[in-house]
Design a protein around this ligand. Sequence first.
Ligand SMILES: [Zn+2]
Length: 374
Amino acid sequence: MDNPVAQSIDAIAARLNAPAGADRRSLSRGLAIFAVYAVLYAVTLVESIADFSIWANLLFSFGNGICIAMLLIVAHDACHGALVPGRRLNRWLGRIAFVPVVHSASLWRQVHNQNHHGRTNLKGVDPVWAPMGVKEYAAASPARRFVERVYRSAFGPFVYYVFDIWLAMMVLPISKMTRSQWKRHLPDTLFVLGGFAATIAAVVAIGETLAPARSVWLTLLLGWGIPYAVFSYLAAITVYLNHTHPDLPWFDSEEAWSFHNGNVRGTAHVTLPLDIFPLYSEVMQHTAHHANPGVPIYALAGDQARLKALFGHEVKQYLLTVGAYRRILKACKLFDFERMCWTDFKGNATGPAFRDPLRAAEAPEPVRRAAQAA
Ligand SMILES: [Zn+2]
């Protein structure tokens, strides 16, 4: 067990948790984070439709979209059971924080906690930003190829989340991952649809009170349309950056995938030039979150540092600049699952081939034990 990679499957969470005990959740910190972003959301919403100049309203609409993205981060932690102590309180905080995000908490737990975290970067199970294979792209219809080109362009995050993720995976239980259990998901779907109707009614009512001369359509655009578009872009590009980079591998088979390959080697820690939104910077310490999703967001920094000490260069970290983003965008169009590298749309390799020399050491525990006993 001297090889740190060999320990990764069972031991990452235990070793990360060791210094601070099993449970680092804090009721006061969790509730404070929830309250701060709930209040910021409400204030920016009112200001976005108040009787100001249209430019001031637009500024607040943009800010309101950022607040919705922050509430997604809050709900994300709560749905992992990590924001505060207690399962029931986490579930309700997640549900409520998800109202402005228009996401069902139970669908999120299925798609994010089970599919995305259960098999991170395994195409066919992890549904978000899974790259098309080179052969798959070659066999696809011209329309499907066009869609992929749009998704993998700088414009992609504007449309990807709304068309590929939002309604089909996060509001209605109709995706292939959730439809068989639609009855279990129905209460949260009705809750979020009710919350959406209440949000729209509130936007219209506040708009009519504060700026009665303005058309209801302009009020809805400022109080919901623009904020939700800003949120969708931020949600899409955030998950894209977490798991898309020439150095981050994807997999198309359980045999090639492992916990370590998906969650440590397949996940990036993206740092920002300016730490404008501390909560956002914290969630971007994403390798630590994937190593143990039960760790609260306010405890990720220490875990990320310990992961780097454990695994060194295997933990991908980079500073997000315009140049870095352009290089990722240019390099990560398709993934060649035979050569195990990212390619452009012509199938030319654009990144290093992923090598897994320690594959045997990373076999699931029963296989490892059997191998050791043999
Ligand atoms: Zn997560």
